[in-house]
Design a protein around this ligand. Structure first.
Ligand SMILES: [Zn+2]
Length: 266
């Protein structure tokens, strides 16, 4: 053991000094080019599976999407707010959460929203085997169909993590991957404070909009026809930002549609 470790340690400087390692440099450039390509054109990663990054329309409509539910009491509050605002949205729900709160999943559907598949366990699909992925998809499709009486046609990979292999399994399962045009970043913890109109307080009387204003600006300024907005069933900032996002976008002449309306036509 000692001998082999020692000889390995010596071999690296020798390889370097003899210029052998230099022969790998072109591979480094290729890798860097691929890395930058993925960074600048993330669509390429999912090109095989026809991932959707925006709706195919020139109309001034956007689709709000909420990931990671159903989750009490957040989802109930979100549903009340969406009803008050007269907005229909799309919920990418997690199978295990649907299993825990089947009535809440049903309520999302009853309110006129669209449910979509966001895996069963919220695992990184690029780390699962093909069979594990199929299992995650199948269980979640069955749960949503059973409790919400909708059979999803859209899937969003947990954490946005996907690759061509994962896309192959998704396509085979008949699901269309939907990513997003605008990431509201409503999960980001920030300390910046941007007071907004009618700023709400939580149960303890604390302002909850420490970074909601940031979320609002991000979405309202970036929206364009067919934008798909990524938000979450997660924090108070999402709820605080929502009325301002809706008001801001309506001022800019935008309407709100579900993915079914956005992709299925007008
Ligand atoms: Zn998620």
């Amino acid at each position: 053991m000692m001998i082999s470790r020692g000889s390995y340690a010596h071999s690296v400087p020798i390889l370097l000094s003899k210029g052998v390692v230099k022969g790998w440099r072109p591979f480094g450039y290729v890798f860097l080019a691929l890395f930058l390509g993925v960074l600048l054109f993330p669509d390429l990663v999912t090109a095989n599976g026809n991932a959707l990054w925006r709706g195919p329309t020139d109309n001034r409509v956007v689709a709000l999407t909420f990931d990671d539910g159903p989750k009490s009491p957040f989802t109930q509050n979100l549903l009340v707010e969406l009803r008050r605002l007269g907005v229909k949205a799309t919920f990418f729900v997690v199978g295990s959460s649907v299993e825990k709160e089947p009535d809440l999943a049903r309520q999302i559907a009853d309110e006129g929203h669209v449910l979509a598949n966001h895996s069963y366990s919220h695992s990184d699909f690029t780390r699962l085997s093909d069979d594990q992925i199929r299992d995650e998809l199948r269980k979640t499709q069955a749960l949503i169909t059973q409790y919400a009486r909708q059979t999803p046609v859209w899937f969003r990979p947990p954490g946005g993590n996907t690759d061509s292999r994962v896309q192959g399994v998704l396509t085979e399962a008949g699901l269309v991957t939907v990513m997003w045009t605008i990431n509201a970043e409503d999960y980001t913890v920030r300390n910046q404070r941007f007071p907004i109109r009618n700023e709400p307080k939580d149960i303890k009387g604390q302002y909850v909009t420490d970074y909601a204003g940031d979320v609002v600006r991000r979405v309202v300024t970036a929206a364009s026809p067919g934008s798909i907005v990524l938000m979450h069933n997660g924090g108070d900032a999402t709820l605080a930002a929502l009325p301002q996002i809706v008001a801001g976008l309506r001022e800019r002449g935008f309407g709100f549609v579900t993915l079914a309306e956005l992709v299925g036509g007008e």
